[in-house]
Design a binder for this molecule. Structure first.
Ligand code: HEM
Length: 345
């Protein structure tokens, strides 16, 4: 099918979806991460304590993927936002105490658009795991397994998840802003942020390939449509046909805040390298996505991923595994094994 008509049908579908999808209020907090320690984690960590763990989580993720497919991008993004703030420690899953002025991570501005479907998937998986292996498995490990499951269910790579994370004992909204990239972050800012988590420029590009599935709200790219950087003109790096379509869905005034559009306009439901091929055709929605195509440090990697789907899928599995090792916590001094992912013990 012609790319544009595919895109148009996707738009109508998502306008419809937007009215039904609930957008989760979320939170945040800051950095101070330990360096990545792969040695802290192992694939067979629960092989004696809870040998059926991956099957239990898998039964929830496959059911959710069938019934609520939006859970896939929602959970993948949730994992990213967990790992980049305080490390992969499930701190994103904590709910702010009723009446408390001290907001938890998930209620930070940067996390407002994390979808409820991601949190629900983890809470359901945790409830099932608790019924078989009480107080043994951390929420952060369940999140890591669920993210991998959803990537695979959507057509992406399968990789072994290393486990052994403990859940963090802190979740503070003010820690979030310096650790989560923005839709208009520059390549310099992205490279610095990812480097601060121990991730290379290539890994930044590969992980951005997560935008091969999932959606973005108008507010995250409307700045490119009408008055780009105060020029009163649209972003010249945006395809003119795409610009027209985006303006229809995202008016300058009076648009619905619930409207979402697919980040990969060509194959929005499939975990493939369509995101990278789209970047080359000026089809990126987010300024940060377009920026990695334009910058000479990142462009060759984008082109390579666009050229070779298998290369991307292989690199993606390994890089997600590495991201999952950021700032892991072990032991009672730094962590706990929660029984309910939403509250500290
Ligand atoms: C490189 C810097 C990145 C920036 C600036 C960025 C920014 C964004 C923004 C603005 C959205 C749209 C949110 C919305 O409007 O609802 C989004 C969606 C998404 N991001 Fe990223 N992101 C980045 C990297 C990543 C990484 C590393 C991952 C995963 C490892 C990821 C996974 C996702 C997914 C799956 C979605 C779709 C979420 C959904 O549909 O619910 N992103 N991102």
């Amino acid at each position: 099918m012609h790319v544009l008509s595919l895109f148009l049908s996707a738009i109508f579908f998502f306008l419809f979806l937007a009215s039904t999808i609930s957008i989760t209020p979320t939170t945040s907090q800051p950095p101070a991460l330990r360096r990545i320690h792969h040695r802290d984690l192992s694939v067979d960590y629960y092989s004696k304590k809870c040998p059926q763990l991956e099957n239990l989580v898998g039964s929830i993720t496959s059911q959710r993927f069938k019934e609520v497919p939006i859970s896939a991008p929602a959970t993948i993004r949730l994992f990213f936002h967990d790992c980049f703030v305080e490390g992969c420690d499930g701190s994103i899953l904590i709910e702010t105490k009723k009446g408390s002025k001290k907001l938890a991570e998930r209620d930070a501005y940067e996390n407002k658009e994390l979808r409820e479907e991601g949190f629900e998937s983890i809470n359901k998986a945790k409830a099932l795991v608790e019924s078989h292996c009480p107080s043994l498995v951390s929420c952060s490990d369940i999140l890591a397994i669920a993210a991998r499951d959803f990537i695979h269910l959507a057509g992406g790579p399968y990789y072994q998840v290393k486990k052994g994370r403990w859940d963090g004992k802190r979740s503070t909204a003010t820690n979030v802003p310096p650790n989560i990239p923005r839709s208009n972050s520059t390549v310099d800012q992205l490279i610095k942020l990812f480097a601060s988590k121990g991730l290379t420029v290539e890994e930044l590009v590969v992980l951005s390939g997560s935008h091969t599935i999932g959606f973005a709200h108008c507010k995250n790219f409307v700045g490119r449509l009408y008055n780009f950087k105060g020029s009163k003109q649209p972003d010249p790096t945006l395809d003119p046909r795409l610009l027209k379509e985006l303006r229809m869905s995202c008016p300058f005034y009076g648009g619905s805040t619930g409207v979402v559009l697919p980040l990969d306009a060509t194959t929005p439901f499939v975990f493939d390298n369509g995101y990278f091929t789209g970047l080359g055709s000026k089809m990126a929605f987010l300024e940060s996505d377009q920026a990695i195509f334009l910058d000479p440090r990142t462009k060759p990697i984008v082109l390579e991923m666009a050229r070779d789907k298998q290369r991307f899928l292989k690199a993606y599995g390994g890089t997600m595994d590495k991201m999952g090792s950021i700032g892991v916590k072990r032991g009672k001094k730094h962590g706990e094994i929660r029984t309910d992912c939403r509250v500290f013990l």
